[in-house]
Design a protein around this ligand. Sequence first.
Ligand code: NAD
Ligand code: GLY
Length: 364
Amino acid sequence: MSEIVRIDLAERSYDIHVAPGLLARAGKLISQEVTGPVPLVTDENVAGLYLDQLMTTLKGERIDARPIVLPPGEATKSFPGLERLVGAILRTGADRGSVVVALGGGVIGDVAGLAAALVKRGMGYVQIPTTLLAQVDSSVGGKTAINTTEGKNLVGLFHQPKLVVVDTDLLRTLPRRDLLSGYAEVVKYGVMGDATFFDGLEQSGIKALSGEGNGMATAVVHSCRIKAAIVTRDEREFGERALLNLGHTFGHALEAATGFSDRLLHGEAVAIGLALALALSVKLGLCPREDLLRVLRHLRAVGLPGSIDEISGKRPSADEIIRHMKHDKKTRGGRMTFILVRRIGEAFQAYDVEENLVRELLTD
Ligand code: NAD
Ligand code: GLY
């Protein structure tokens, strides 16, 4: 199976190529975008698994790639991490004909994309996402960012890649916990805007996660198509793109409250956030309780968390979570914006949710 999903954005348009085994052929695709040296950004784990393979295909196309290997983990998405990366890119001799290649998960894609946007006032970059989360979400749509002590993804730029190369075979080496973390974003697409897709995940999500058949590759392509359609209509999130943040208002606050640590991966936070967004919708009388229960059943069936109590260590308090939620980029005039759900497959933005109701929900 080989698929191309187009992101149609005038001169910033690009293709997402999805196929098993594509990494070995990435050189040919990338060669069309490059004339200078290529800073190849990755992390230590991914370098150990896939750097040689990528270097071989790039060399085969006479591309002068210069690997920059960063420590894995969320701490790399920080001002110190960005500063180190920008310096390393500049030292490769990269010029405006160069492209930065990001080989890794969302952490590498986000920080390398931001560095590419900043160096020489903007270099091109190519995403080669290696986690499920990055393949279905972070490599697509041009959001780049780092975290600060104030919160998640608060410093960043929109900068679209020139190309996204998705090799679904790379998911075979992904630790189960990271695979599930990415699957939370797949579930998000169904709950947000595609009830039929969610039905399919209920029926065959477990099989897809086990690597049997081509269920996961199909889910990756479908998720990319959903995201591509939204990004094409609303690149800069003036409207409907905010729906992609379903589960993230709560999720980002939980990540901040747990110190962006291994206690809670991004997708795990999104899974709990999805459940909380549905629970809030039910509490407001806007969504049938059965829809919340269905989503919770599916999250639990695959092994994802669905409540704050499932986070290891000290439970973050309601006040702490709300304080972090107020840093959310959707907050306007101190009022939080929520993405709520009318039913599975139909999310919407709500600007008038009483803070007390949210506090009650988080305390329950
Ligand atoms: P990650 O990049 O930290 O990767 C998870 C772990 O898997 C790391 O230890 C990494 O080294 C390892 N790894 C990566 N690929 C592997 C492979 N194929 N085999 C074995 N190990 C592998 O985490 P992530 O979940 O990919 O991304 C999370 C980040 O993405 C968060 O910072 C989040 O904010 C960001 N994000 C951004 C967007 C966006 O639109 N830009 C969207 C969603 C999430
Ligand atoms: N991950 C949300 C977005 O790209 O808008």
